[in-house]
Ligand binder design. Structure first.
Ligand SMILES: NC(=O)c1ccc[n+]([C@@H]2O[C@H](COP(=O)([O-])OP(=O)(O)OC[C@H]3O[C@@H](n4cnc5c(N)ncnc54)[C@H](O)[C@@H]3O)[C@@H](O)[C@H]2O)c1
Length: 357
């Protein structure tokens, strides 16, 4: 098992990652000061069904423990569930010493962190990620929920006390969720580390390779890269925006498809290819990445998406400024930068990109 320390201006905390990292849970809880009056596990039906029992066994009789389980799916990262969690926490008598445990993927991590960050003006929480994608979402302190007008529009920065990443939990993930999470690993390599990208290219030829040492290295390296960025820019005033590589179009695709039939990471994979297609210096890299993604089993962009609607969504992105669209591009692997485009110009480029899909 590896331990990585996340360092941010507001807080430092450990990430335990490896087989059976969950065995760290009781000692992490015991080490908290003040001692938690009680715990609230927030989970969804899939992660809950599979791993709630394990978590409860780890906690044992040490702390009273309540469970709030919601349906699965990104549409559950909603005001309704946020409100229901807050009401449940009040009913069950959580106080300012209580601790929330987020058991699940990024959806659960985001909403649980937002509940924790706002309940009684902020209580502590621990991330227990169960997806590959959550190597990204569980670290860095961005929490929140979706609004019908856009994804992740409402939220707070709130760092967890610890992240406990037990990688045997990942073995039950369906293929599309493996594709989703691995796209974010690839993103981390592309924005930060040429040799990590080469490592992935050489060792991960199919999704079956993503286990054991290769899986552990993919996750730890991804977390370390995210840590480096977050350490320098906790509140996204500058370089943290590079983590959005692939996300401007990715979020628009997810929105157009109403978050159905495509995972977050699969949409981001298309977004990365589009970003690479925009500059001559990265066109070749984009072509190579595209054929590797196809070998791994990533599907083409679904047919029938409207270029105009995608562009309109990209204009509404949180990072967009009046009429322009901000994109993260690469000069080369490990050298990201921000570029602003007029919507009309990008519309033409996107039409070409989609026609070649
Ligand atoms: N906060 C951040 O910095 C950040 C960064 C990236 C993404 N995100 C957010 O993360 C979310 C996506 O995260 P995700 O991809 O983990 O989605 P998710 O949490 O919705 O999980 C995907 C699916 O896998 C199921 N699942 C979870 N663990 C499982 C397991 N071990 N075995 C079988 N099934 C399992 C879930 O029930 C769900 O159906 C989005 O809401 C995105 O906005 C946040």
């Amino acid at each position: 098992m590896k331990e990585i320390t996340i360092t941010t201006p507001s807080k430092n905390y450990p990430v335990y990652v490896g087989e059976h990292a969950v065995s760290q849970l009781s000692s992490v809880l015991e080490s908290l000061t003040p001692k938690p009056k009680n715990l609230l596990i927030i989970t969804d039906e899939n992660a809950g069904e599979l791993y709630l029992k394990t978590i409860k066994n780890e906690i044992g009789d040490s702390f009273p423990c309540e469970v709030f389980q919601m349906k699965a799916g990104d549409d559950q990262k909603s005001f309704e569930n946020y409100y229901a969690c807050q009401s449940f926490a009040l009913e069950k008598g959580l106080d300012r010493t209580s601790v929330i445990l987020a058991l699940g993927g990024g959806m659960i991590g985001d909403i649980s962190g937002f509940v924790a960050g706002t309940y009684m003006r902020g209580i502590r929480f621990i991330q227990i990620p169960t997806t590959i994608l959550a190597h990204d979402s569980a670290v860095g302190g961005k929490t929140g929920i979706n609004h019908p007008e856009g994804k992740n529009m409402i939220g707070v920065f709130h760092q967890p006390e610890a992240v406990i990443y037990s990688i045997e939990f990942l073995s039950s993930l369906p293929k599309n969720e493996v594709l989703s999470g691995f796209a974010e690993v690839i993103k981390h390599s592309l924005i930060a580390d040429q040799s990590f990208y080469q490592y992935l290219r050489e060792n991960i030829k199919s999704l079956n390779d993503l286990k054991g040492e290769y899986l552990l290295h993919s996750l730890t390296k991804g977390i370390e890269i995210k840590n480096e960025v977050v350490t320098q820019d906790e509140r996204e005033k500058g370089i943290r925006a590079f983590l959005n590589f692939g996300h401007t179009l990715g979020h628009a695709i997810e929105g157009e498809l109403q978050y159905k039939g495509i995972t977050h990471g699969e949409a981001v994979a298309h977004g990365m290819l589009f970003a690479l297609s925009l500059k001559k210096v990265t066109v070749q890299l984009g072509k190579e990445l595209k054929s590797w993604l196809q070998e791994l089993g990533y599907a083409p962009i679904p047919d029938g998406l409207s270029v105009h609607s995608l562009i309109n969504r990209m204009k509404k992105d949180k990072k967009a400024a009046a009429g322009t669209i901000q994109m993260v591009l690469l000069e080369d692997i490990g050298h990201p930068y921000l570029a602003s485009y007029q919507a009309e110009e990008l519309e033409d480029r996107l039409a070409v990109f989609l026609s070649e899909n």
